[in-house]
Design a protein around this ligand. Structure first.
Ligand SMILES: [Mn+2]
Length: 296
């Protein structure tokens, strides 16, 4: 069945320190997101951007000092997401940095169980205690599974938003030392780049989907830094050794073929660091694959 997609821009850049990621929604729209999804057969509604506090109006120290603003923004994201899901739409959240997932996953799991497929170079599993930087975009997956700051954990509604056993992380290749220990103890299923190298992305995708097969829908959180920086240079925290263009597509094509995708994030695109909007263009193509585009 073709999807009714509701595009929600979330120009939130307060979860990390580099400027530019707030332009992600514009870059994705400029790259033809709307048209591309219509060509795939989706109906598309773009409800504009969620209002986000302006960084220049906030204290300059950043990191955890932005926590109240991030909580406020993610609560608004959660509410917009809930409305879309209640309308039977698939909300497509355009980041912004990955802290937006605190609101998006809260919305995705509100009405019923949903698996979470987190595609990322990083674990995003820090807490304010383990984080070397205090940057909130390194914490959402920990908070969503109930760890770290209660103010982050309780966004939308009190308590964890997803059980660790219903989360699969793919593409991992960079962790902070204490974050590694926390993630290993969490019970989250992790496929690092090593497993992808050894077994191939097709095999990894099948195992990931099997792990989430008991759930009625899946939320896909695509951090564009999961791709190799040679393919997608426009991200704030690039790590070498990532997914190739085809690996990323195959992964999302396989998800589209066998899971019910209920909601989607595309995050961490930084047009200032990009080349000719390449990363946003790849982001648009990947979302199309995830929402049903096939080669043949
Ligand atoms: Mn991330």
């Amino acid at each position: 069945m073709k999807k009714a997609v509701n595009i929600v821009g979330v120009p939130l850049d307060l979860g990390q320190s580099r400027r530019g990621v707030d332009m992600g929604p514009s870059a994705l729209r400029y790259a033809g997101l709307d048209n591309h999804l219509r060509q795939v057969g989706c109906s598309v509604r773009d409800c504009g951007n969620v209002e986000i506090p302006v960084r220049d109006e906030l204290p300059s120290e950043g990191g955890l000092a932005y926590l109240p603003s991030v909580v406020e923004a993610c609560t608004a994201v959660y509410e917009v997401g809930l409305e879309a899901i209640a309308e039977g739409e698939v909300p497509l959240f355009l980041g912004g940095d990955h802290s937006i997932a605190l609101g998006t996953v809260a919305a995705a799991t509100e009405a019923g169980a949903s698996g979470v497929l987190w595609i990322d170079a990083h674990g995003d599993f820090n807490t304010p205690t383990t984080s070397p930087t205090g940057n909130l975009h390194g914490m959402p997956l920990a908070a969503l599974t109930g760890q770290g700051s209660a103010r982050l954990v309780d966004i939308g509604r009190p308590g964890p938003k997803v059980s660790a056993t219903d989360v699969v992380l793919i593409g991992l290749r960079s962790l902070d030392p204490e974050e590694r220990a926390l993630l290993r103890a969490s019970g989250i299923t992790v496929f690092t780049m090593r497993e992808i190298d050894e077994q191939g992305i097709g095999q990894v995708a099948k195992q990931a989907l099997k792990k989430l097969a008991h759930l009625p829908k899946v939320h896909v959180s695509l951090d564009m830094d999961s791709l190799d920086p040679r393919e997608a240079p426009g991200v704030g925290t690039p790590v070498p050794g990532g997914l190739t263009y085809r690996e990323a597509h195959l992964l999302l094509e396989l998800v589209a073929a066998s899971a019910n995708v209920g909601s989607v994030d595309v995050v961490e695109i930084n047009p200032i660091l990009d080349s000719q909007n390449r990363t946003a263009k790849i982001g648009v193509e990947l979302v199309a694959s995830l929402l049903g585009q096939t080669i043949y």
